[in-house]
Design a protein around this ligand. Structure first.
Ligand code: FES
Ligand code: MG
Length: 571
C-alpha cells in the first residue's frame, strides 16, 4: 500500500486547509513532518487506569508497543479509553461493556487511524475492545494484559477470585479468623495483571489468541514478565505490516475463527461469561453464533487444561507448560487450521512446532480433566431461550436434582435473609435469584453463585443447586444455572416461580423444569406486573432501552443491527 492509500492521508496529505491544519497541529505535538508524514498511523487504545490493578502496568507497556510501531516505520498515537475494572466498578462493569465498545468504535472511526492496537484483559475489556474494532474493521492487533503472578499464603498457592470465595466460606464456617484473613489480603493478588485462574479474563484473552488477533502465545505471558514487553513490541511491529498488507480484522474474525474460539474456551474449561461475549463479538463480525453452537461443540471437546477453578493450576503454570499454542497443538483435529491470523498466513503455521511441556497442566487427549467441554446449555419451561451451567465446576451429585425452590426477588433481599433460620433451607433446596438479568440487575451482575446459608456451611455443605438470570464470575464454581433467558424483569418464567415449587435440573438431558402445571403458570402470568424502570435518565436509561437478552449476547439493539455508518469526511 502506498502512502496516498492510507486512510490517514485524507487528514494529513491533501492540499486543502484541513490537511494544513492537521500538519500544523502535529508539529504542535512536537513531531517533525519526516517523523510521521506518509507513515501508517497506529492508534493504541489503552485501558490503563490508577484504579484498575489488572491494567495498571499498561501505562508503561504502551511504550513497548510504540517502540515496535516506530521500529517498523509507523506513527503510534496512544488513546486512553474507559477502564472496566471487574473489582471496583459497580453495579458491574458488564453495564459498561457496550459503552467501551462504542467508545472504541467511534474513536477509531473519527480519528486519522490506519490500524489499531488494543490493550486490555480484565474480563469485559477484551470483548468490548474487539466488538468496537470489529465494527470499524481496520487492521487490528490485540495485546492481552497478561495474568498476575500466583498468590501465596502459608505454603498454599492462591488463585485470585477462586480462593477468595473459598477462604471467605472458611471464615464464615468459623475455620479461620481475622488474623488469617489479614494475611490472605496481602497474598491473594501480588502483582499487576488480570486474574490468574481460568476466569473470565484468561478465558477471553485465550479466545482472542484462538481467534488469531494476538501474537502467538501472547495470552498467557504473565503481566510482569519481560516477555510481555517483548510481545507488546512485537505487536507494535506487526500492526504496521498488517496496515501495509491491508489485512483487515474481518479477514481474521471469520465463522471458522469463532468456532475455534468456542472450541478453545470449552477445552480450557473456561468461564461461562465467554458464552455471552463471544456471541456478541461474533454478531459484530456478521457471524451468527448461538447457544446451540456452544452445546454442540461442547460435546466434542474434552477439557484438557487443568486450571482453577475447574482444575488445580494457575496461568503461569499454563504459560510454562506451553501456553495456548501448546494447548491448541493437542486439539488440532478440532480446529480450522487454514485460516489467517495476524501473525501467520495460517493457524497451521502458527502452531508449527508448538509443544506441551507438562502433561498435568495441559492434559493429553487420553487423560482429560473431563471428557466433554465444561459448559452445557439447558432448555425447559423455566428458560425457553436457554440457560447455561458450568457443570465441571459443580458437585456431580447435583447435576440431576429435584428440590423445592427458595425464591429471592433481588440480590439485597437475598443477602439480608439467606441466613434466616426461619426459611428452613436444607441442602436439597434450590436457591432461586431473580431480578438480576441484563435489565433487572441491571447489567447482569455476577450474583449467580448464591452463598450457601451459614448453618449449612457449618454442616459441611459446599454446593447446592442455584438458579438465576445473573452471570457468575469466571473464578466461581458450584451447581449454578446462569443466564436464564428471558430474564424475570421482562416477564420470563423465572418471574413466576414461588417458594416451595419443585424445580428439576437434569444436566445430562440438558433440561431445567419448573414442576408446576401450565394452567397455574398462566394464572400467575396474568397476575404479574412489570417492575418500574430502574433509570429515569442517562446512560442507564439508554442501556435499559437497548440491551438485548443473554442468549443473543447483551449487545445494544441499535449497535447490533445491520446498517452503514459513513466514514467521516476529513478533507
Ligand atoms: Fe480483573 Fe479478575 S479482577 S481480571
Ligand atoms: Mg470476573
Amino acid at each position: 500500500m502506498n502512502p496516498e492509500q492510507l486512510r490517514s492521508h485524507q487528514w494529513y496529505g491533501t492540499d486543502g486547509l484541513r490537511s494544513f491544519s492537521h500538519r500544523a497541529r502535529t508539529r504542535q505535538l512536537g513531531y517533525l513532518p519526516e517523523e510521521h508524514l506518509g507513515k501508517p498511523v497506529i492508534a493504541i487504545l489503552n485501558t490503563w487506569s490508577d484504579i484498575n490493578p489488572c491494567h495498571v502496568h499498561l501505562r508503561d507497556r504502551a511504550q513497548a508497543v510504540k517502540r515496535g510501531v516506530w521500529q517498523a516505520g509507523g506513527f503510534p498515537l496512544e488513546f486512553p479509553v474507559s477502564t472496566l475494572s471487574e473489582t471496583f466498578q459497580k453495579p458491574t462493569p458488564m453495564l459498561y461493556r457496550n459503552m467501551l465498545a462504542m467508545e472504541t468504535e467511534e474513536l477509531l472511526r473519527s480519528y486519522p487511524v490506519d490500524g489499531a492496537v488494543l490493550m486490555g484483559g480484565c474480563d469485559k475489556s477484551t470483548p468490548a475492545l474487539l466488538m468496537g474494532a470489529a465494527t470499524v474493521d481496520l487492521p487490528t492487533v490485540f495485546v492481552p494484559a497478561g495474568p498476575m503472578l500466583p498468590g501465596h499464603w502459608r505454603g498454599e498457592v492462591l488463585g485470585s477470585g477462586t480462593d477468595m470465595w473459598k477462604y471467605w466460606d472458611d471464615k464464615r464456617a468459623g475455620l479461620i479468623g481475622d488474623c488469617e484473613m489479614a494475611e490472605l489480603e496481602s497474598g491473594l493478588a501480588r502483582s499487576p495483571g488480570h486474574c490468574m485462574t481460568m476466569g473470565t479474563a484468561s478465558t477471553l484473552t485465550a479466545a482472542a489468541e484462538a481467534l488469531g488477533v494476538t501474537m502467538p502465545g501472547a495470552s498467557s505471558i504473565p503481566a510482569v514478565d519481560s516477555g510481555h514487553d517483548r510481545m507488546a513490541a512485537a505487536s507494535g511491529m506487526r500492526i504496521v505490516d498488517l496496515v501495509r498488507q491491508d489485512l483487515k480484522l474481518s479477514r481474521i474474525l471469520t465463522p471458522e475463527a469463532y468456532e475455534d474460539a468456542v472450541t478453545t474456551v470449552l477445552g480450557l474449561g473456561g468461564s461461562t461469561n465467554a458464552v455471552i461475549h463471544l456471541i456478541a463479538m461474533a454478531g459484530r463480525s456478521g457471524v451468527t453464533l448461538t447457544l446451540d453452537d456452544f452445546d454442540r461443540i461442547a460435546r466434542t471437546v474434552p477439557v484438557l487444561a487443568n486450571l482453577r477453578p475447574g482444575g488445580r493450576h494457575l496461568m503461569e503454570d499454563f504459560h510454562f507448560a506451553g501456553g495456548l499454542p501448546g494447548f491448541l497443538s493437542r486439539i488440532t483435529d478440532l480446529l480450522h487450521l487454514d485460516r489467517p491470523t495476524v501473525a501467520h498466513p495460517t493457524m497451521r503455521e502458527q502452531l508449527d512446532g508448538a509443544l506441551v511441556h507438562d502433561d498435568d497442566v495441559i492434559r493429553p487427549r487420553d487423560n482429560p480433566l473431563a471428557r466433554e467441554g465444561g459448559v452445557a446449555v439447558l432448555r425447559g419451561n423455566l428458560c425457553p431461550d436457554g440457560a447455561v451451567i458450568k457443570h465441571i465446576a459443580a458437585e456431580p451429585h447435583l447435576l440431576k436434582h429435584t428440590g423445592p425452590a427458595v425464591v429471592f426477588d433481588d440480590y439485597r433481599t437475598m443477602q439480608r435473609t439467606i441466613n434466616d433460620p426461619d426459611l428452613g433451607i436444607t441442602r436439597d433446596h434450590v436457591l432461586v435469584l431473580r431480578g438480576a438479568g441484563p435489565k433487572g440487575g441491571p447489567g447482569m451482575p455476577e450474583y449467580g453463585m448464591l452463598p450457601i446459608p451459614d448453618h449449612l456451611l457449618k454442616q459441611g455443605v459446599r454446593d447446592m443447586v442455584r438458579i438465576s438470570d445473573a452471570r457468575m464470575s469466571g473464578t466461581s464454581y458450584g451447581a449454578c444455572v446462569l443466564h436464564i433467558a428471558p430474564e424475570s424483569y421482562v416477564g420470563g418464567p423465572l418471574a413466576l416461580v414461588r417458594t416451595g415449587d419443585p424445580i428439576t435440573l437434569d444436566v445430562q438431558a440438558r433440561t431445567l423444569h419448573l414442576d408446576v402445571p401450565e394452567a397455574e403458570l398462566a394464572r400467575r402470568r396474568a397476575e404479574w406486573t412489570p417492575p418500574p424502570p430502574r433509570y429515569g435518565r442517562g446512560y442507564g436509561a439508554l442501556y435499559s432501552e437497548q440491551i438485548t437478552q443473554a442468549d443473543t449476547g447483551c449487545d445494544f439493539a441499535f449497535l447490533a443491527r445491520k446498517g452503514e455508518v459513513p466514514d467521516p469526511y476529513a478533507g
